[in-house]
Write a protein that binds this ligand. Structure first.
Ligand SMILES: Cc1cc2nc3c(=O)[nH]c(=O)nc-3n(C[C@H](O)[C@H](O)[C@H](O)COP(=O)(O)OP(=O)(O)OC[C@H]3O[C@@H](n4cnc5c(N)ncnc54)[C@H](O)[C@@H]3O)c2cc1C
Ligand code: FES
Length: 263
């Protein structure tokens, strides 16, 4: 018998081979990497920190939700090009190695087998696919984005969902003409919990509707992050009880009532 047994616990740092990098819309990409340990350990709502380049610019890793996990040890990230890091990732080639750290943070807490509503806006749709794939209960999916070009390829990935799906676009080019929380009113009486991710204003509207209907709501928060592991103060947001919480370590998924929404 060995004196001690080495237990490899997450988070893992893995050089992960890029399997695909698909352009879904003008500035939206789906990147699939082979990363067996991270994929095996991940739960919906967790994220990875990605080093976008081997050089020092940009120096910091970038956080991305795990979009989907597959049986062959791969996982996908869905991202929008907004700056230097994501522009580099958009150019990453199949076969390249990507340095990933993860899985990180706390995911969604799925305690019930009652119907659930998943509501996502823009790139906030990313973590909801993994969640949807793991859920065994009926789902009401509400997905929104600026326009059809952005929303259609994201919604396509949810085609096999066990439940219903409604879409909304800001410009009315696909589905409901308006903001996605407007679709929640008719769905709320049919569900026992809501999980959401998207822009802050969208989630604040979702949380307000859930509180009025007394339906529990979990929110996945996206902030700027430097380390992703609780070692800096880069990601703090005010909690409902006063002190700040770290989104990377205490979240990114929170029960809505844990956070301060009026700001
Ligand atoms: C837990 C978590 C999960 C995330 N998941 C995804 C995802 O699945 N898909 C995705 O596309 N993005 C996601 N993001 C946001 C993503 O990390 C940023 O878009 C990315 O880091 C930008 O890097 P960049 O170098 O391209 O842009 P930068 O050059 O760093 O910034 C470009 C512009 O984007 C703004 N920006 C950067 N990060 C954020 C942020 N978190 N919130 C608001 N504005 C920001 C900057 O202020 C700046 O104006 C997530 C963030 C967090 C914290
Ligand atoms: S990103 Fe450093 S503490 Fe959260």
């Amino acid at each position: 018998m060995p004196d001690c047994i080495e237990i490899k616990m997450p988070p893992f740092q893995q050089q992960s081979r890029i399997i695909a990098n698909e352009q879904l819309a003008a500035d939206v990409f789906r990147l699939t990497v082979h990363t067996r340990q991270i994929a095996a350990a991940a739960v919906p709502g967790q994220f990875v920190m990605v080093r976008a380049t081997e050089s020092l610019d940009p120096l910091l890793r970038r956080p991305f939700s795990i979009h989907s996990r597959h049986a062959d040890g791969t996982l996908s990230l869905l991202f929008k090009v907004v700056g230097k890091g994501t522009a580099l990732l958009a150019k990453a080639k199949v076969g390249d190695l990507l340095d990933l750290l993860g899985p990180l943070g706390n995911g969604f807490n799925l305690v019930s087998n009652q119907p659930v509503c998943l509501i996502g806006g823009g790139m906030g749709i990313a973590p909801l696919l993994f969640l949807s794939q793991e859920l065994r209960c009926p789902q009401h999916l509400l997905l929104g984005a600026r326009n059809q070009a952005e929303l259609a390829p994201l919604a396509e990935a949810f085609a096999a969902v066990n439940g219903t799906m409604q879409l909304a676009t800001d410009d009315g080019s696909l589905g409901h003409h308006g903001f996605v929380p407007e679709l929640l009113d008719t769905v709320l009486p049919q569900v026992s919990q809501v999980c959401t991710c998207g822009p802050w204003a969208m989630m604040r509207s979702v949380v307000s509707k859930c509180q009025a209907a007394n339906v529990p709501c979990q929110v996945s928060i996206e902030t700027h992050m430097a380390c992703g592991i609780g070692a800096c103060l880069g990601c703090t947001v005010p909690s409902a009880s006063g002190p700040y919480v770290h989104v990377c370590k205490d979240g990114p998924v929170f029960n809505a009532e844990e956070l301060q929404w009026q700001r």
